[in-house]
Write a protein that binds this ligand. Sequence first.
Ligand SMILES: [Zn+2]
Length: 412
Amino acid sequence: MKTSDWLLIGIIAFVLIDFAAGRVINFLNENSKNQPLGPEAADIYSEAEYQKSMAYGTANYKLESFASVISTSVILVAIILGFFAKLDSFIRERIGSDLLVTVLFIGILIILSSLGSLPASIYSTFVIETKYEFNKTTPKLFIADQVKNLLLSLGIGLPLLYAIAWIYQELQSVFWLVAWLLVASFTLFMFVFGTRIFLPLFNKLKPLPEGELRDAIEIYCKSQGFPLSKLYEMDASKRSTKLNAFFSGMGKVKIIGLYDTLIEKLNTEEIVAVLAHEVGHYKRKHTLTMFLFSNVQTLILFSLMGWLLSNPNLSAALGSDVPSFQLSMLAFFLLFAPVSTVLGLINNSFSRYNEYQADQYSIETYPGAVEYMYSALKKLSVNSLSNLNPHPIYVAVHYSHPPILKRLAKLK
Ligand SMILES: [Zn+2]
């Protein structure tokens, strides 16, 4: 058998393993969730709320299972029937420039995958989230969000891809290093300015209005040397009733955002405790460490690419006689799946560790924060119908925040 056939078998095997592992992990999580209301859980939920949280989890579990069966089938059929090679040669016959072929090919895949994920997204927003009284998104806002997201991925992704393909064409041997430097610079830009630039396309950010809350926050921010001018209230309530807060940016370009839903449902002390947690992310330099770690990941990615991408067997595995940058890249990413799973595990465990640190910072710097944080987290989980008993493997793979009961236990 030819090397390209072995690669094709490898690709199909990885897609199947990824699918099977995903299904098993979700199944374990679904079973782990459905437990009788224990004493710890009774501290958070009433029996009725607890039943509702389990039903909400099950609804999402069913949607995800169904969507993954469909998407995996579509990908497998496309690989086996040689759809990607056919699309590649279809564009190639009509366009002279290799770089434009690459951009068009990936652009079409981005559009197809956005369209493909649309039904699940509509069902999630307008059926599940509506049934559990979270959804506030109007169809008009939903369409606007989808269009903006698609235009952003095309508008940012394709020029970046064009540059990477150009570097590959011109600088074969040092491609991996130069492309990595380009992506690292772009990542730096996004870490610093991303939220600042792109969030206002989706949400309105306004300074906190005068009043008791602003006064309390001002006192805390002064004590920590965090400028109040970097603090915003965000109109999250136009999409969902769920509560949240976030920290973003580095150095002088930093912002903390509080959802208006959080301000509405938490009392002043609880909000300051949550804010102190976000300041903790800033003070403990979590954005910087995440940025550095993300660059280590892309370095691994690009060095493997530099080593493998010029191998014509990658394009051949997807059914093309002509070596093609975009087909090789697609085959590479399909084969890269196990590495990216491992990187995802490290990423999430790192992020969960940071959450504990930020909670710790809140406790250390805001008197009484243990109690306030405790009650804030309880309100947050009731308000989002959190799963109190997630399976540890599911947590390792999917959770960027610690499970709520663990977080509460750590606070005490
Ligand atoms: Zn956090």
